[in-house]
Ligand binder design. Sequence first.
Ligand code: 13P
Length: 287
Amino acid sequence: MLVNAAEMLQKAKAGHYAVGHFNTNNLEWTKAILLTAEEQKSPLIISVSEGAGKYMGGFKTVAALVKTMHDSLGITVPVALHLDHGSYEGAKACIEAGFTSVMFDGSHYPIEENIEKTKEIVALAHSKGISVEAEVGAIGGEEDGVVGGGECADPAECEMIAGLGVDFLAAGIGNIHGKYPANWTGLNFEVLDSIQQKTGDLPLVLHGGSGIPAEMVRKAITLGVSKVNVNTECQLAFAEATRKYIEAGKDLQGKGYDPRKLLNPGFEAIKATVKEKMELFGSVGKA
Ligand code: 13P
C-alpha cells in the first residue's frame, strides 16, 4: 500500500538525512524508480508534475500505474505518490484520484491568497490522510531561454505557511529547476538557516536537486532539508544512454528495435542516477 509522505519525512528530519523525490514520466521511469528504492531499502517519494500527468493519460492513470506496479513488483519500502507543483485544481484532482501526497504551489499568489488556498487544500487532504507540501518564494528556472536566478523565500512568510499545518515546506534558497547556469552563485545557507529557525521541526524541501554540488546538498540536509527533488538528471541520463544505443546502431542489429531492448539502457541509467542520489541523501537502508 502506498503511504503519505509525512512520517517518512519526519523520520528523515530527525535522522538528518533526506528522502529523494523523483519525478516519473512514463512506465519505464516508474519501474526504475520503484525497483531502485526497493534494492536500496530506501523510502521513496515518486512524483508527477501536472504536465507529465496529462502526458501519461491523466492523474487516475498515474495513480493506477504506480499503485498496481508497486504491488505487482512486491515493493516493501514506504512509497508516497505525490503531485509536484500542483495548482489548486490539480491538487484537488489528485486528492480524488488516489494520490497519497500533494504539493499545492501557491508561491505565485500574493501571500494572503497563498495562505487561504493552502489552508483549504490542507483541510481537504488531511481529511483523507494525504500529506501536503506548500511553497513560499518561487523557484527559478529557464523560461524562453532566459535563466532566472532562484529567489529566496522570506522566513517570516515561511513561518506563516508552516503554521497552517502543512506537512513539509518548499522554500526558495537560490535553487532553480533544470540545469544550473555557469554563473550560479549557489544555495543561500543563511536564508535556509533562518527559515529552519522559524519553522522548527517542519521538514524542508529542496527543489531543483539536479546539478547541485554534493557538498551543498549535504550542507542543506544538515540545515533541515529532508526532501530533495530530482527530475532533470534522470532525463539527461536516460537521453544520453538512449542516444549511445542508437548511435552505435544497436537498434538495427537483430531485434534491437524491440522497445524492451531499445529503452533498456535508459532504464538502467535512471536506476543508476536514483541510486547515486539516494546514497548522497543518506536514505539508503532507512526503510
Ligand atoms: P530538477 O529538474 O532541477 O531536478 O528539479 C526537480 C524539481 O524540483 C521538481 O519539483
